[in-house]
Ligand binder design. Structure first.
Ligand code: PEP
Ligand code: MN
Length: 339
């Protein structure tokens, strides 16, 4: 249930509603918007009459949410969530923010070279996996904490934020020393222990859609993080598994406008994993921005032919620079701008 308070509702009126909800056994999440406060009441109650709440002072509207996700629903925060990284980088507002970098952190020199080129091209966030969820246990598994140190050093040198994948709750604390955004990979979208652990921190989480997950399942996974009290969640379409084989995954661009309507959370696109082929990345990145994506995750490598993972889908720095120039033309056509 979502309770929208009247504009100008007093603190005492809001507190009264919160107290009544808690007394009725709900968990209450408060969202304070520019014009009014919204209360999300989470819990299962059969014999419950929501009209009792409509009658309370200061209440404008009580909405029973039939969707199974409540805190992730657009009704809970109609104006949209902005994830503020600091230094003027805001995800979910008018700016389209780009995270770029290699699939895997491979060496210090590699990270310094890539960070320099993606920063110059306009990326705000450096990506790089240090713990790699590879389909084969014999494939490169990542450099671990050493890789995170390399990424942090390179990011700091060129004024970038960092995002890297966390695979297990035991890594959350250590990774907090190096990353500005925790990435939850497609294979872990329904790792509920991990999602709960990320609900306990306050750093942003980039939650990728699972290989075969519906949009509703993605939003329910986000709900796990939100219900823990971490509201800094960014969603990401990265392609789903279909019968098509020409592309590595089917990049479901429609998920971008659909999710943005269903949810207040920022929604990104990852055309690299979404297509699996370098030459298909720019057109799909352009399409994602045109479709309203709040950001992009793009794999860039300075020597893709020798990359330890996902070289075939990694742009070279020149290709990335060219793409960013194109996006700077596309974004204003839909009232956005590149960060
Ligand atoms: C990645 O971003 O490197 C990655 C492993 O992505 P996904 O989880 O979407 O496969
Ligand atoms: Mn990859």
């Amino acid at each position: 249930m979502v309770i929208v308070m009247q504009e100008g509702a007093t603190d005492a009126q809001i507190q009264n509603v919160i107290d009544r909800l808690i007394a009725s056994g709900f968990d209450v999440h408060r969202s304070t918007g520019a014009s009014h406060t919204v209360l999300g009441a989470v819990g299962v109650h059969r014999d419950f009459d929501h009209r009792d709440f409509e009658l309370l002072e200061g209440v404008r509207e009580v909405m029973r949410i039939t969707q199974p996700f409540k805190l992730a629903s657009r009704q809970f925060k109609p104006e949209g969530t902005i994830v503020d990284l600091g230094r003027g980088v805001k995800i979910g507002g008018p700016d389209v923010v780009v995270a770029a970098g290699p699939c895997s952190v491979e060496s210090r020199e590699q990270m310094l070279a890539i960070a320099e080129s993606v920063a110059k091209a306009g990326a705000k966030i450096l990506r790089g996996g240090a713990f790699k969820p590879r389909t084969s246990p014999y494939a490169f598994q990542g450099l671990g904490e050493k890789g995170l140190q390399m990424m942090r050093e390179a990011a700091d040198k060129f004024g970038l934020f960092t995002v890297s994948e966390v695979m297990d709750p035991s890594q959350v604390e250590m990774m907090g020393n190096y990353v500005d955004i925790y990435q939850v990979g497609a294979r872990n979208m329904q790792n509920y222990h991990l999602l709960r652990a990320l609900g306990e921190v306050r750093k942003p989480v980039l939650l990728k859609r699972g290989l075969s997950a519906t949009m509703e399942e993605l939003l329910l996974s986000a709900e796990y993080i939100l219900s823990g009290g971490n509201y800094n969640v960014i969603l990401c379409e990265r392609g789903i598994r279909t019968f098509e084989t020409y592309t590595r995954n089917t990049f479901d661009i429609a998920a971008i406008p659909v999710i943005k309507k269903l949810s207040h959370l920022p929604m990104w696109g990852d055309p690299s994993h979404g297509t699996g082929r370098r030459d298909k990345v720019p057109p799909m990145a352009r399409a994602a921005v045109a479709a309203g994506a709040d950001g992009l995750l793009i794999e860039v490598h300075n020597d893709p032919e020798h990359a330890l993972s996902d070289g075939a889908q990694s742009l070279e720095p020149e290709g990335f620079t060219q793409l960013m120039a194109e996006l700077r033309i596309i974004a204003p056509a839909i009232g956005r701008r590149m960060a």
